[in-house]
Design a protein around this ligand. Structure first.
Ligand code: CA
Length: 227
């Protein structure tokens, strides 16, 4: 297991390193203080997870996200400064799986990391999950729609799978957050909205008028059996 830390503030790198040494010894840590190098390392080091600061000296963390997402669906947790709501939303928009706001507690960071890595393998099922024209192959973590592969981030995959398991039922925001993140944290409903929009862009004929993933206002979402 290998984690890539992308952060130019040495104190924060030290804090993260210490958190892992105490809470998860044995994990391999590599780091980069620059964004450009981080993109290269995301490829050459093939990390299992990336912890990504947004404010970097060369290119922004958002740009790192964008570039990494062109070749990898590695789970990415962004580090944002407290109260930067726009950074959080933008990070999720650009393909981050989760976020932690600075300053953070060591245990909080580790809990987030563990949650993200746990949902790396959405199910332990052996047989494919089939739902109308949607099909999930657990052996390869791949999704197909009408026989065509659809490329999803880890979080999108976990949300879709949660909805597929309860097709035609309403899944509440809270239970979806617990299923996907292991925690119905403050802001989870807003994060869900962004991920759901991405899913619709990948699945719906007209994402502005969804026919598959239906919003149940103030309650949650429902997957209508895809035909
Ligand atoms: Ca920084």
């Amino acid at each position: 297991m290998k984690v890539l830390i992308v952060e130019d503030d040495e104190d924060v790198v030290d804090t993260i390193t210490l958190a892992f040494q105490v809470g998860w010894p044995g994990i391999e840590l590599v780091s980069s203080s620059g964004g450009q190098k981080a993109v290269e390392m995301a490829e050459s080091e093939a990390p299992n997870l990336i912890i990504l600061d947004i404010g970097l000296p060369d290119i922004s963390g958002f740009e790192v996200l964008r570039r990494v997402r062109t070749f990898s669906n590695v789970p990415i947790i962004i580090l944002t400064v407290m109260n930067e709501e726009n950074d959080i939303i933008k990070g999720l928009e650009w393909g981050a799986d989760d976020y932690v706001t600075k300053p953070f507690r060591k245990m909080e960071l580790l809990a987030r990391v563990k949650a993200v890595l746990r949902r790396r393998s959405p199910t332990s099922e052996e047989s494919p999950v089939v739902c109308g024209l949607l099909r999930y192959e657990p052996s390869t973590y791949r999704f197909f729609y009408s026989g065509k592969e659809i490329f999803l981030t880890v979080t999108e995959a976990n949300i879709l799978l949660s909805l597929m398991k309860k097709v035609n039922q309403v899944v509440s925001n809270s239970s979806l957050a617990i299923e996907v993140w292991g925690d119905d944290y403050e802001g989870a409903t807003d994060s869900l909205k962004v991920h759901i929009r991405h899913l619709r862009e990948k699945l719906e004929v007209d994402p502005s008028s969804p026919k598959l993933i239906i919003t149940k206002p103030r309650v949650g979402y429902s997957l209508v059996i895809p035909t």
